[in-house]
Design a protein around this ligand. Structure first.
Ligand code: CAA
Length: 420
């Protein structure tokens, strides 16, 4: 879709993404352990809204609609009805129509689609928040909650770690077809952690990952799956993080920008988008992210660009194999050639088309409902030159995101253009 009324990101905010392994996450050994608690879902929502409004001088009375992307508030935090939580988290939002949007790990991306379409319906200033807290239970229990984003009745039994197993199934098929090795996949982890090491907001900001560590199963990097056919195809270093965090953006029409007093150079245009969903539990081709391919093709075609025009991409690397398959689904690489693109260095921070310069889901972290909003915020932040140590050292005019729900069941892809 290409919005008939131009729609812009007028402002963004991110909380740090935290969880096991990040220094500001309170766990055993942390000086605040037993003294303070980690922020709750409500805390993350309140923090990100406060940052968004106060740091950017946004007058909340101008906001006409609010969406919040969240996948599993009921399960991890015993809290649903998050539209009303937005108004509670910041009482300046009371009275505005707000609702939750749920599409598994694409909840944030679908929230942004909702906001663009609200602008098409005539609204001028729309808030989108994405938030998730997942550290309230052990990873194994959390994996059972996340399995609700698969077809639970038929897919839950693949492994206790259902999603890691579903993507390991793709890694296995890809290895068998194209000869991909564990060491090849390890390059994706190394890139993700290296980028995250430069990003103070990243869950894995202080955790180092070498190629040898990532390429080899060990006590500190075990193969966690029990499914005997998939066991060897996924190590902890291949996985995105169990993170807590939130992201927020303001999406506005041209009239909205005027009301907000935002200069064009403070904005990024949402040029076009693709949004596709396919049936749960019915993956036709393990070697290809078909839904991602459709969504990205729609976004690029309607935005009048080709994959070669993209200068920066934020893609959904819920596991290392997913980043590789995203390269091929979007058209950055031919089928079977995704690893060559990574090896060329083009997708590194210093490359010609950086992918996930902040560390992606593996390094930056993956609070699932926040991820789609974070991707758009990250493209904005890179275009506006505010990424500090992980700032891309050249002007970025065109960026693309791909936010995936489930095993390639719903994908939102955005084409974004810097307003200079
Ligand atoms: N040898 C063998 N097994 C070991 C081990 C070792 N040395 N060390 C740990 N393990 C096993 C244990 O069985 C452990 O389980 P128990 O807690 O029951 O003992 C399990 O590995 C996990 O170990 P930890 O709890 O120490 O691991 P962790 O807390 O560091 O978590 C992780 C690591 C399990 C990989 C976790 O980060 C994870 O689950 N990541 C993936 C998150 C995920 O799936 N997100 C959703 C992505 S899918 C998507 O994006 C689409 C959508 O819509 C959902």
């Amino acid at each position: 879709m290409r919005p008939a009324r131009p729609a812009f990101i007028a402002a963004q905010a991110l909380t740090p993404f935290i969880g096991k392994g990040s220094p500001n996450f309170i766990a055993k050994g942390h000086p605040d352990y037993g003294v303070k608690e980690n922020p709750t879902l409500e805390d993350h929502i309140a923090t990100v809204i406060r940052q968004l409004l106060d740091d950017n001088g946004i007058d909340p009375s101008l906001i006409q609609r609010g969406y919040i992307g969240n996948f599993a508030g009921e399960l991890f935090s015993s809290q649903g009805f998050l539209g009303a939580m937005l108004a509670r988290a910041d009482e300046r939002l009371a009275g505005i129509g707000c609702a939750r949007v749920e599409a598994a790990c694409a909840s944030g991306g679908v929230g942004i689609v909702g906001a663009i379409e609200a602008v098409q319906a005539g609204l001028d200033v729309v808030l989108v928040v994405g938030a998730e807290v997942q550290t309230t239970v052990r990873a194994r229990e959390g994996a059972n909650y996340l399995a609700r984003a698969a077809h639970y009745a038929s897919e839950r039994s693949i492994d206790d770690f259902t999603f890691p197993a579903l993507l390991a199934r793709r890694a296995k098929a890809y290895k068998e077809t194209y000869g991909l090795t564990d060491r090849d996949l390890a390059h994706f982890s190394v890139k993700a952690y290296a980028n995250a090491n430069r990003n103070p907001l990243a869950h894995m900001h202080t955790v180092k990952m070498t190629l040898d560590q990532a390429a080899t199963a060990s006590d500190s990097n075990p193969n966690i799956l029990q499914n005997p056919e998939l066991h060897e195809h996924l190590r902890v270093s291949d996985c995105s993080q169990v993170s807590d965090g939130a992201a927020a953006v303001i999406i506005a029409s041209e009239t909205g920008l005027e009301r907000l007093g935002r200069a064009p150079q403070d904005c990024v245009q949402l040029k076009s988008y693709g949004f596709c969903t396919n049936p749960l539990g019915q993956v036709n081709d393990l070697l290809r992210l078909d839904t991602a391919a459709s969504a990205a093709a729609e976004a690029m075609q309607d935005g009048g660009i080709t994959p070669q025009d993209v200068q920066l991409a934020e893609v959904h690397d819920c596991f290392t194999i997913a980043e590789l398959m995203m390269y091929e689904a979007i058209g950055f690489a031919e089928p079977g050639k995704g690893i060559d693109l990574l090896r060329s260095g083009d997708t590194s921070l210093e490359g010609s088309m950086p992918v996930n310069p902040g560390g992606g889901l593996v390094g930056f972290g993956h609070p699932v409902g926040a991820t789609g909003v974070k991707q758009a915020a990250e493209v904005y932040r890179q275009m506006k030159g505010v990424c500090g140590d992980y700032q891309i050292q050249k002007d970025i005019h065109t960026g693309l995101t791909a936010n995936m729900g489930g095993d390639d069941r719903t994908v939102v892809s955005l084409v974004l253009e810097n307003v200079e």
